[in-house]
Design a protein around this ligand. Sequence first.
Ligand SMILES: NC(=O)c1ccc[n+]([C@@H]2O[C@H](COP(=O)([O-])OP(=O)(O)OC[C@H]3O[C@@H](n4cnc5c(N)ncnc54)[C@H](O)[C@@H]3O)[C@@H](O)[C@H]2O)c1
Length: 479
Amino acid sequence: MSPSVTRRDFIRTAALAAGAVSAGALGAWSLVGCGSGPYARPRRNMCGFAVPPLERIRIGFVGLGMRGPGAVERLAKIRDVDVVALCDIRPTGVAESQEILRAHGRPPARGFTAGPEDWRNLCQLDLDLVYICTPWEWHVPMAVGAMRAGKHAAVEVPAALDLDGCWELVETSERTGRHCMMLENCCYDFFELMTLNMVRQGVFGELTHAEGAYIHSLVDYMQPKDGQEIYQGNWRLKHNLERNGNLYPTHGLGPVAQCLDVNRGNRFTWLTSMSSQEAAFTEHARQSGNLQFADLPTYRGDMNTTLIQCARGETVMVQHDTSTPRAYSRIHLLQGSLGMARKWPKTGVCLHEKGHRWLDDEEFRELEAQYRHPLVATIGDIARKVGGHGGMDFIMDYRLAYCLKNGLPLDQDVYDAAAWSAVVPLSCASVARRSGSVAVPDFTRGRWETNAPLGIVDVDPARLPVLATAAAAGQLEVE
Ligand SMILES: NC(=O)c1ccc[n+]([C@@H]2O[C@H](COP(=O)([O-])OP(=O)(O)OC[C@H]3O[C@@H](n4cnc5c(N)ncnc54)[C@H](O)[C@@H]3O)[C@@H](O)[C@H]2O)c1
């Protein structure tokens, strides 16, 4: 047995023991933190699960506010995708997306605007996929409703806000045999994909630590101006008043979780979390004259820092701050025994063989050429032209459609959705208990030990062409 295996086994045993102790000390939370979910036995394993190839992918969209129409536009550029239904409680959201379809030479989709439950009627159509871009509290009911109606679900981040919701997604996906993919687009960003490739090729050695974050001031979106709400019904403000923890962990966590093989040879075992005091949201409210927002006693702390222990022994730090006037960052740091990479505040790589310094620009360019991820090599140029956070949104949507078209497993399954989203309720529970450690449920129910790690996947654009009509519509210049 190699020394590293011995050390790993030791850490894992210690981790499991410590998790049990801390969970016991948490009273009721030990039940939700450690429980194996309502069903004693898992059903199908949705990790690596695939459905037969689809000739065409028929999609219904629910939620057409700031985020949804971009997805309609991206998917309307893909040849074998049909946008057959559009749903929003605001008829203007549906009308705007119909206009996107018209500009792409697509037929109008069926509209659903008859109130907050009309999405259920959309789910009854002859559809393959329901694509959900609604406020957070709708994610679980809509994804579960879609799967129960026999449709695959693609749901925006975070997929769930509480552990019951995480389990409901897992159990519904297993029971119905429908995919439930959380739309974690940051897993498809160019540097993140390159570092995943580098990890798989052993460039950083054995990983020990990772960091991710969502540091992005949203105060101007969260505080309505002149009575005009920006998020529909101020949904995001309400969640920030009700929860003190990491409310949006998955952008930072998803890409590093894939590098760490979480749910596929590794798993999150427990976490501890701490929130700072609140100051920036109030300060902004005072300075901008929005005094009704200057005295919200339960607004969550500005900076939340959560530390997660993995079964193999790695640690992960994930932060959340959407109030402070800081430069945008998801950190994306990977530390290993032979080197490290970091994306923010400036991309950099250190390698043991090159000494204790960041690689210079030329060395970095060489690495980029050597470790460019195949998805970037094949679809990256088109993705940059289509856009959506610089192209990562298109890579995600294209790859989702590609997998359905070609009968492949999805890159993100329901266990990823659950484990990454569970950090929302678990971080809040830990903050409320003076950072007491909280066990992270094993949503795979033991299968993480044998599930294969996510491979270095690729696409062949000839097997799912991007439409030339998109170029004709002035949206995209593609050969
Ligand atoms: N992955 C990313 O990069 C990214 C970026 C932005 C937003 N998001 C996510 O996208 C989701 C939507 O965010 P947004 O910024 O578009 O918010 P938004 O408030 O602009 O849009 C939400 C839309 O959902 C509609 N809606 C609400 N309840 C509905 C119901 N019952 N039935 C049908 N439609 C309903 C609203 O009318 C609104 O048009 C959120 O989950 C958010 O976290 C993800």
